[in-house]
Design a protein around this ligand. Structure first.
Ligand code: NAP
Length: 309
């Protein structure tokens, strides 16, 4: 039989947005639970150093920030449960049912903070060699490539930060970018250009990743000349952006390119469902914007619930 749990607010996601929303909602006195598939963390937990979060002049590591935020949530008795929400259903009494495995969470309001997952290249070899040289997280896996040669695909902040992190660990880092100009912030780009063991390969995309038991090379194509080359590497780090984890909400709230459409009050197209952080159609995906979203969303969710008590 299906277990039913009843709350005023269910927060889905335990990254920085979900945890911050938990702290705010608990302080508003809401009866809430934070659900996540794998416990506290999210993307932030994979960041080597976060240099632009206010109040940390020397930067702070992603895992440490998540740990501190988790402790803060625990201090306010925020309940956290492991659960994968598969479906969201509106109920006759104007509330919501969240179906997660064998459990139904009944709730007045929902705050979605599920973030996004690394985008795949969708090229041959990527899936088969995942964990055998293909990685989406330099801080998680960089250590395995000590003294070796790796490549990072992408030209955004993540790719450049990962390349600089790897440069300290490995012998040589290639950055493969599809244009001749980085998307990353100029301050990061300037730093990366000055690192001796980082080499940029411009206007280039990977066509396939080769190897049997582990990655041994990648086939590249120059987009301007169409010339194909083989680059010998031990590992390939993919950092080509993120895709939102909103499949379970496709028929419930309005999405734009998969991201949840929410206004400046973090209200979605469905009354009672709020969104915060990277999952939202926001112009800037940063820890600082995610936690700002979360505070607003928790505040608006509180007023929504209070009016219906
Ligand atoms: P991003 O900014 O979206 O950059 C993705 C990069 O991957 C772009 O250079 C893009 O090329 C390239 N790309 C996309 N699809 C590709 C494909 N199929 N094949 C090859 N290349 C592809 O993603 P991100 O770097 O992960 O950053 C995500 C967000 O987090 C951004 O808002 C970023 O500012 C933020 N962030 C901030 C920090 C920080 O402030 N310290 C650190 C990390 C991330 P084009 O440039 O040609 O589009």
């Amino acid at each position: 039989m299906c277990e039913v749990k009843d709350h005023e607010l269910v927060i889905i996601g335990a990254g920085v947005a979900g945890l911050t929303a938990g702290v705010y909602a608990a302080r508003y006195g809401l009866d809430l639970v934070v659900l996540s598939e794998a416990g506290p963390g999210g993307q932030t937990a994979t960041a080597a150093t976060i240099e632009n979060f206010p109040g940390f002049p020397d930067g702070i590591s992603g895992p440490e920030l998540v740990m501190r935020l988790t402790q803060q949530a625990q201090k306010f008795d925020v309940r956290m449960e492991i659960a994968k929400v598969e479906q969201v259903q509106f109920t006759d009494d104007g509330r919501w049912n969240l179906l997660a495995g064998g459990v139904t969470y009944r709730t007045t309001a929902i705050l979605v903070a599920v973030g996004a997952s690394p985008r795949r290249l969708k090229i041959p070899g990527e899936r088969d060699l995942f964990g055998k040289g293909v990685s989406y997280c330099a801080t998680c896996d960089g250590f395995f490539y000590r003294g070796k040669t790796v490549a990072v695909v992408g030209g955004g902040n993540t790719a450049i930060e990962e390349a600089m992190y790897l440069a300290d660990v490995v012998e040589k880092v290639y950055v493969i970018h599809r244009r001749d100009e980085l998307r990353a912030e100029p301050i990061l780009a300037k730093r990366a250009f000055a690192v001796e063991n980082i080499e940029f390969i411009w206007d280039t995309i990977p066509l396939s990743i080769n190897g049997t038991t582990e990655v041994d090379s990648v086939i590249l194509q120059n987009k301007k000349t169409e010339e194909q080359t083989v680059l010998t590497i031990d590992g390939l780090f993919v950092a080509v952006g993120y895709e939102p984890n909103t499949g379970f909400l496709a028929d419930v709230v309005d999405l734009e390119d998969g991201f949840i459409v929410a206004n400046c009050n973090m209200e979605t197209s469905q009354p009672g469902i709020f969104a915060a952080g990277d999952v939202r159609n926001t112009p800037l995906r940063q820890v600082v914007t995610a936690v700002g979203d979360a505070a607003i969303a928790a505040c608006k969710a509180y007023h929504y619930v209070a009016e219906r008590r």
